[in-house]
Design a protein around this ligand. Structure first.
Ligand code: ZN
Length: 303
């Protein structure tokens, strides 16, 4: 009986502070934001993500359960930079919750808290593919941005719930310290990747490359969101051979045939990287996400 007993008492201890006062209801568009909000908010918040980490966050369809979450939310955290433009606006409209409408204190767009890479200048057209004009939205894949995201969330929680300022600030400090310590470990583990050319499937790893000093020289997708053709794959084969590119990185949710083809033709190593918290079993928080990414990269380099 003992394990169950301990589990139940641990649960009770976790739950009981919330019986006294209502926790802030935080809803996030992705599991990465949920994990960081949980780390900073602790027992003062109740966090739910609208999408699971196993899915491509560019796409989601508004389900009634998602509308209910947004309806009840005190704070909505979004990736922004056009990541959710395809699905969040109708959800916000259906939920009819004024607290979390853009411009109100219950709406926080985290893309404003980080330096965005990949901003585009000049005219845009559909022919360019599914591009993000305001900058690349995959910024949570730089651990240094994790600190910026956590800090922005802590400020907003403090604003909405000033009584718990100390708790939010303390957890932010702990989170920042842990992340900075780990960053040194990850950087050392990936030292051999510095300056190396890498191919990515989608334009989603430029922040990861920036953090660890490797260079993404090309993508398997000829344009963002557009599948490769036989001709574009053939051009990549030539490029990989000419420039001796040794590594291809991709998210688990893309098709594997193209990467397999490139591997067979050129012997390039393929690393399937979990791109989000929850993408794989065992990735329950933001630190574990990078532990898993770094382990996959190391494995591919050592092969
Ligand atoms: Zn993208």
């Amino acid at each position: 009986m003992n394990r169950l007993f301990y589990l139940l008492s641990a649960l009770l201890i976790l739950i009981s502070p919330q019986l006294g006062h209502a926790a802030l209801k935080v809803v996030t568009t992705t599991q990465d934001l949920a994990a960081i909000a949980q780390a900073v908010g602790g027992e003062q918040v109740q966090v739910q993500s609208l999408t699971p980490g196993t899915r491509d966050p560019h796409y989601a369809s508004a389900k009634p359960s998602m509308i209910r979450k947004v309806f009840r939310a005190d704070l909505l955290l979004v990736i922004g930079a056009d990541m959710e433009t395809g699905w969040l606006p109708p959800l916000l409209q259906s939920a009819r919750n004024n607290r979390v409408q853009p411009g109100n204190p219950g709406y926080l767009d985290l893309s404003a808290a980080v330096p965005l890479l990949g901003k585009l200048n000049g005219p845009m057209s559909r022919a360019m593919g599914d591009v993000h004009a305001s900058g690349n939205p995959h910024y949570w894949l730089d651990p240094r941005n994790g600190v910026r995201i956590a800090s922005a969330i802590a400020s907003r929680l403090t604003e909405l719930d000033p009584a718990n300022t100390d708790a939010y600030q303390q957890r932010l400090q702990t989170f920042t310290r842990t992340l900075n310590d780990k960053l040194a470990v990850w950087t050392a583990a990936l030292a051999a990747m510095k300056g190396k050319p890498v191919i990515a499937y989608h334009k989603s790893f430029i922040y990861l490359a920036d953090a660890f000093g490797f260079t993404i020289v090309d993508e398997v997708e000829p344009k963002p969101g557009i599948s490769p053709s036989a001709a574009s794959l053939a051009a990549l084969v030539t490029r990989i051979k000419d420039e001796k590119i040794a590594l291809l990185i991709m998210e688990p949710y893309y098709e594997r045939r193209s990467a397999q083809f490139l591997h067979e033709k050129t012997d390039i190593q393929v690393a399937v990287l979990p791109q989000s918290v929850g993408a794989q079993a065992g990735i329950g928080n933001y630190i574990e996400l990078f532990d898993a990414i770094v382990a996959e990269l190391k494995k591919a380099m050592d092969t």
